[in-house]
Design a protein around this ligand. Structure first.
Ligand code: ZN
Length: 283
């Protein structure tokens, strides 16, 4: 491992604003150009590094997932074709992720640091409503393959103390950290959302746990301090709570984390209600 860069997967997100992230080493920002060249060298030479086969497989699995997810999100792939492709993409991801130590804890970490189950939207977890009309979507119910147009609210929202909507905790004046609920492999991030974009998630992080067969979608983030290909232990920082996303950026929306878990089962990705894991967290 040279200069802390694990492999060419870093190249997948060359514009990640690492220098904006309060949790990233400062040197990352200053040395980005060097990292870029280094990563390019790792890709170009099969003799650099000791684990180039694993790197190649990681790169393929991650690139395939990211390309696929964005095609689905943007409606650039027929639903039937996407359904047909998904099992192979998930098999590759699972195969790559198998090299990491996914020691799963039966208790999950609450995803917003300094908060607990009292901050979860709705009553006793009833904010999880995958089968309804929701927001401005004309579609009833959630289907992963509907992408950015999907219906339903297949997620739990976790609200933070931010009355003035500056993205900082009203009591501490500081950014609010988001952490992993379980051990996870980072499989995709969006870090360049701008107001006016129709993307509903805003800045998002996609994480994966192959043992649980679950994909985690953290949305409306401000900063993100992880990159695709990175393995994160349970409770590791992902970024900070924000107000990004088409509706989440509007004044009427209280600042919150939108958190969806998809379970991969029988060739499909379906919303999983993980409320019991949130409710298990009292401070
Ligand atoms: Zn939500």
């Amino acid at each position: 491992m040279l200069l802390g860069i694990k492999g060419p997967e870093w190249l997948l997100q060359p514009f990640t604003p690492l220098f904006l992230c309060p949790f990233a080493p400062r040197s990352w920002g200053a040395n980005r150009a060097g990292f870029f060249l280094l990563s390019a060298a790792l890709i170009c030479s099969p003799f650099v590094g000791t684990n180039s086969a694993a790197r190649a497989s990681s790169q393929d699995a991650l690139i395939d997932w990211q390309s696929f997810e964005r095609q689905v999100r943007d409606g650039r792939i027929e639903k039937d074709v996407a359904r047909w492709k998904l099992p192979e993409i998930m098999a590759h991801l699972k195969n790559y992720a198998a090299v990491y130590p996914f020691l799963n804890n039966s208790k999950w970490t609450f995803p917003v640091r300094g908060y607990d189950n009292r901050s979860v939207g709705g009553q006793n977890g009833d904010g999880f409503q995958p089968d309804i009309y929701y927001g401005r979507s004309a579609i009833e119910g959630y289907d992963f393959f509907d992408g950015n147009k999907h219906g339903g609210h297949p997620a739990h929202d976790i609200f933070v103390r931010d009355r003035n909507q500056d993205g900082l905790d009203d009591t501490t004046g500081k950014p609010i950290e988001i952490v992993t609920m379980t051990a996870s492999l980072v499989i995709g991030v969006v870090t360049d959302w701008k107001p006016g974009s129709v993307l509903r998630g805003g800045n998002v992080a996609w994480l994966y746990n192959p043992v649980l067969g679950m994909i985690f979608y953290y949305a409306h983030l401000n900063t993100i301090c992880v990159k695709p290909g990175e393995f994160l232990k349970q409770g590791a920082p992902i970024g900070t709570v924000g107000r990004t996303g088409a509706a989440a950026n509007e004044k009427r929306s209280p600042t919150h984390l939108h958190l969806m878990v998809l379970k991969y089962d029988s060739g499909s990705l379906t919303p999983y209600d993980f409320y019991k894991y949130l409710a298990d967290n009292r401070y």
